[in-house]
Design a protein around this ligand. Structure first.
Ligand code: MN
Length: 240
């Protein structure tokens, strides 16, 4: 009987080990909690020109997924926070309950940052157009100067963090660096676009060569999406 039970357990274990990976694809966000990990809006290899599919998978499912789970855990005993939209939470960070403020900062910032990051990629690069192109020319001189300044912000950021382009209601653009998972909403400024320069964003393909990742990243931007974020900022409807 014992031998039979062991055989059954072994069989069960073997069955678990042989479960195909895709079975777990929807399991990144545990049930419960107001925040969810949205599926990527494109295939894992959609950004192959800059980011390999395995990095996309690990980054989205596990890094971002863990932040969503940790954010839900942080607000679990704070229903008044759990009921707030994420942009309001980040803008009112000093008002958050002290016991969970750091968890909200790291995981709420991370959830906002990564949600924006997935949304602005999946494109073919190229150049911005329309009002956004005009704003870049006005605020940075021209597109190459803008890219040079943004690349510098991405490559000189020490340790883990993000380079962002912020946008005011008037449409004024600026480049800022943020450490860890901080988000410019914590300063009351909206994000137009941003690049994740944590090592987990590029290490499998690029190892220590952050500058090469940063240079290639422009090839997968979706300028239509970024242009829509610019219009939303002007209209006062941009959230995270
Ligand atoms: Mn990341």
């Amino acid at each position: 009987m014992i031998a039979r039970r062991s055989a059954l357990l072994l069989a069960a274990g073997a069955a678990l080990l042989s479960v195909p990976r895709h079975v777990f694809a929807q399991a990144a966000t545990p049930p419960g909690g107001p925040f969810t990990l949205a599926p990527l809006p494109y295939a894992l290899d959609a950004n192959e020109a800059a980011i390999d599919a395995r990095t996309m998978e690990l980054h989205h499912r596990f890094h971002h997924g863990a932040q969503v789970a940790n954010l839900n855990a942080a607000v679990a005993n704070h229903p008044q926070v759990a009921a707030m939209p994420l942009d309001q939470i980040l803008m009112k960070l000093p008002e958050m309950p002290e016991a969970v403020r750091t968890a909200i900062r790291n995981n709420g910032g991370g959830h906002a940052n990564h949600t924006m990051f997935w949304a602005i990629m999946g494109g073919k690069g190229g150049d911005p157009t329309g009002d956004l192109a005009a704003a870049i020319a006005r605020d940075f001189g021209d597109l190459p100067a803008f890219r040079t300044q943004f690349d510098r912000a991405s490559t000189t950021l020490f340790g883990s963090g993000w380079a962002f382009v912020t946008v005011t209601r008037e449409g004024k653009l600026a480049i800022v660096q943020k450490p860890n998972q901080d988000n410019p909403l914590m300063d009351g400024t909206h994000v137009l676009m941003g690049n994740d320069v944590w090592e987990h964003a590029y290490y499998l393909r690029y190892q220590n060569r952050r500058a090469e990742y940063v240079r290639n990243w422009w090839q997968v931007l979706d300028w239509d999406k970024i242009g829509a974020r610019y219009a939303a900022a002007r209209a006062g409807t941009l959230t995270i």
